[in-house]
Design a protein around this ligand. Structure first.
Ligand code: NAD
Length: 455
């Protein structure tokens, strides 16, 4: 198994003029490891690709998918790797690698986010691309699956540097993109601003094309509700499951691992429902307060450049101890592989709603199942973002705009439908939701590929 032990979003080399190349960042991280620098939680020894392949294989076995058909979905359809040389504020040229990987397009144009993170590598992007294929199928929206990434240390770069990286990446991959071919969106460390740069750069070559990417700012034909959609979708999933699990929101406590876009929106919307947040973390550390942490106040504190562990309304704790905070719902919303064999046993929750992609390794998944934790898996739980991206694309193609209530209502309909379809299948086959969701997703993609005559 590949070794992957460090999450590394903790800033390294923040000195002015520090070398920000991937090599230098790696070296700084290794140095920090040697010095035993505190790390905010650890990721597992399995890679995201191994996680996704494991779940795919498990479902393919249950479906009796022949080997030749399996091979088609094992590998991506197209992989583009590009070099992005950028002169940074230290006056040096830094060379980053960019990837756009299109996994399967049987059900429609490729769709998936782009992340900027020093740990981005081709295997991680492959894993995330195939997850998108199953996710769009489970949600029942007419897309295939893709993903992109650039291995830059986004949290150490200035806005003009990020802009140059975004534009340069778009220039190099635009030939495989298009509103009917492949439509990027935001992911870790990219946001509406990044999408604005993508759209503008694409427009220089092809004319104004808002449907080239989603997650854009409202001022540039973005959709109302998109920013909150992934977190909101997680909450819709919890709401759908809660009555069957005998849980009432007013008595529900929850913990969020990764207080970024997905995590903070999930927290704020859970709070609107009446639930109480008792723990949270980000790359800088973790906090706990059994009496409740105000999700809106914490978001505002971070927005004003506050560091999460210094938030006054809670006690700072070791990031690893966040998993052991007793709660009803645990929402992993950071990076992949954070819940693994070495820490799953510590978890005290009844329900886990996977906001992040591949947060749980197969070994951890088994432990959680044995402990009776009800896991709502990433492939359905965090589909809200891509569903709302689909709405944005539909609005862009028509140059028309829905109001936020309409977007949220439509999002709720699709998320509820996905939950019911998967949970019905899970009951029929006596399977956990994760396996049932892969069955549903894979079947839909195989059917589309067969009907088209691809396989
Ligand atoms: P983000 O960059 O806004 O937030 C990520 C958060 O995780 C940050 O607060 C960061 O500090 C924190 N983090 C990083 N390392 C950590 C660690 N070791 N311990 C605790 N926290 C840590 O990214 P996002 O868009 O919210 O994405 C989060 C996850 O959700 C990713 O796995 C992403 O692929 C997935 N996802 C995002 C979307 C979307 O629409 N943004 C959609 C589907 C899935």
């Amino acid at each position: 198994m590949a070794s992957k032990t460090e999450t590394a979003t903790e800033p390294v080399g923040e000195r002015e003029g520090a070398d920000k190349s991937p090599q230098a960042v790696e070296e700084a991280k290794r140095e920090a490891d040697v010095q035993g620098a505190p790390k905010p939680g650890q990721r597992a020894e399995v890679t995201n690709l191994e996680i996704v392949h494991h779940y795919f294989n498990q479902a393919a076995d249950l479906l009796g998918l022949p080997d030749d058909v399996r091979t088609v979905f094992w590998e991506p359809y197209r992989e583009v790797t590009v070099q992005i040389p950028i002169k940074l504020s230290d006056g040096k040229v830094h060379v980053f690698s960019g990837y756009r990987i299109q996994h399967n397009g049987a059900r429609g144009p490729y769709k998936g986010g782009v992340r900027f993170h020093p740990e981005v590598d081709v295997d991680e992007v492959r894993a995330l691309a195939s997850l998108m294929t199953w996710k769009t199928a489970v949600a029942g929206i007419p897309y295939g699956g893709a993903k992109g990434g650039v291995n830059c240390p986004a949290d150490q770069l200035e806005q003009p540097e990020l802009q140059r990286i975004a534009r340069s990446f778009m220039d190099r991959i635009e030939k495989v993109l298009g509103p009917t071919r492949d439509i990027p969106a935001p992911d870790v460390n990219t946001n509406a601003q990044t999408m604005a740069w993508f759209m503008d750069e694409y427009g220089k070559l092809h004319g104004h094309t808002p449907a080239i990417c989603t997650g854009k700012p409202i001022a540039l034909e973005g959709s109302y509700g998109r920013e909150a959609a992934t977190g909101r979708g997680c909450v819709y999933m919890f709401r759908e499951a809660a009555p069957h699990l005998g849980m009432a929101p007013a008595e529900t406590t929850f913990v969020v691992q990764g207080y970024g876009n997905v995590g903070s929106w999930a927290a704020r919307i859970m709070q609107q429902l009446g639930c109480t947040m008792v723990g949270a973390s980000d790359a800088k550390g973790a906090i706990r307060n059994d009496g409740g942490i105000d999700a809106d106040a914490l978001e505002e504190f971070i927005k004003q450049d506050g560091k999460l562990p210094e938030y006054e309304g809670a006690d700072a704790i070791e990031p690893d101890d966040l998993l052991a905070v007793p709660c009803d719902v645990f929402i992993p919303a950071a990076l992949g592989g954070m819940i693994h064999e070495g820490n799953a046993d510590r978890m005290q929750c009844k329900v886990m709603v996977e906001g992040a992609n591949s947060p749980t390794t197969p070994a951890a998944d088994r432990i959680l199942n044995e402990k009776g934790v009800y896991v709502i898996p990433d492939v359905m739980a965090n589909a809200g973002g891509v569903v709302c991206s689909y709405f944005e694309w539909v609005q862009n193609l028509q140059h028309f705009r829905w109001d936020e209530r309409e977007v949220n209502d439509k999002l709720g309909n699709i998320m509820r439908r996905a939950y019911r379809e998967v949970s019905t299948r899970a009951k029929q086959e006596r399977l956990p939701l994760r396996e049932a969701s892969y069955l549903v997703g894979i079947e839909r993609v195989v059917e589309a590929a067969r009907t088209r005559g691809y396989i």
